[in-house]
Design a protein around this ligand. Sequence first.
Ligand code: OOB
Length: 531
Amino acid sequence: MNLWPEETAARYRASGYWRGQTFGALLTSLKEAYADRTAVVGEDQRWTFAELDERAHRLAAGFVAGGIKQGDRVVVQLPNVPEFVSVVFGLWRAGAVPVFALPAHRDSELRHFVEQSEAQAIITVGEHAGHNHAKMAREVAKGKVFVVGEPEFAELAATEPCELPEPDPEGMAFLQLSGGSTGLPKLIPRTHDDYLYSVRESARICGLKKESVYLAALPVAHNFPLSSPGLLGALHAGAATVMAPRPDADTAFRLIEAEGVTISGVVPPLAAAWVQAAARTGRDLSSLEVLLVGGAKCGRELAERIGPALGCQLQQVFGMAEGLVCYTRLDDPDDLVLSTQGRPISPDDEVRVVNPDDPLAKSDRVVEPGEIGALLTRGPYTIRGYYNADEHNKTAFTEDGFYRTGDLVRQRESGHLEVVGRAKEQINRGGEKVAAEEVENHLMAHPGVLDAAVVAVPDEYLGERTCAYVVPVEGNQPSAAELRRFMRGRGIAAFKVPDLVEVVGEFPVTGVGKTSKRELRAALAALAKER
Ligand code: OOB
């Protein structure tokens, strides 16, 4: 699979965006520059760059000895532990392709990732947050399962390092999961070259230096804490990353005080919780300089409270695992920081704001400057297609390679984007993305469900919650409680279980003449908003 047209790739190389460096090679150069500086901190571990480098070398050799070959996909489902870093760099050095699952994912999702990526192995932990991940992985895996903390993993991690061939920097480095809006999450192929460019620039834009300390509060497998600027941005700058086991204010504030954290990134509901907790904390948060907020819209009111409450600078970030990442800049005037979601990383990020009336913006008529429209984007770190998804790619991308983000935006003269809404069938539940159709399909697997439509309802804390409207099969009507129980048993992440279930005789808006599920969802969402 050629990920970009050759002509475009040549331009990105010539511009110095793509530098032909792999993540494995990056770690080698980091070790040389910052050997004895702290790279990663966990609950009871603290590794320098030299130690991280050595661990990644040993694991790489261990993976190869354990049968993992160049190009093999390996599902990685790890919480915020230092081993996340050694495992992922170990896989990169072995030439393997990590597939990043979130700790919240359950067996039906994991099974899908394994099948979709044809993964040869899963790397996971034993128990985490009350769930037996090792057992789940063993039930789902088609190949090997490596469990961090088990003796077999310790053996692997002790393997004698060996010379390994460098993978292609323009080849697939890993697969991220899309938030998605259709059936099942799509896989996003990112290359060493394209991702490293976004990491390098993110570190610069967010002011990271070797004295910085990044707190990974959100699950690091997510694109935001991984690379915006995240764990990888911090490593790139020679800075330390502190792995928070949980993102709550108590845990985060304890770590900020103990480790002198200077920068972190959170979703808006967490920012709100931190702001609230800051008023009565006894912790010293004075080291914190920058808090990135993104993943979902940070409203102006919350934005205004963050700086004063936490004694730091707010930096808004609007990004997507498919590529494009926008930041407000640290020297932007207040108004831009408080009321926009930033401007793109790269001068070569192309932004096209098109007619939003057609929800998928198929007409692609560019709107007047400053008008609201659907955002299309193309650039040196935005994918040109999902992995093994030719059919879906025809609608998710324009013919000339722009990604249809599904976001409604308005662009300021400065280039800053304001995210004003969404034209995709997705619920943004406090930063966690829920694809309406995926949840509907699970609901429809219940014998008592004739039809289902899942929509977003406004929520004071999360921004949005999910509401499932369900039309039952006649004479076999399940209760809302029964459906929620059923959904919990489907092997899906808890954030996908509908918050509200309304069992209705027919869709309350059937009268409006809906002809498609999309129109039905829009009408139901409008109804839910009014209530
Ligand atoms: C981040 O990545 P994903 O892939 O989980 O979700 C992308 C989608 C965007 O298309 C947009 O709908 C929404 O999340 N989003 C925002 C936002 N940041 C993301 N909507 C409004 N305001 C924002 N600031 O969520 C992600 C990836 C990298 C950095 C930050 C977030």
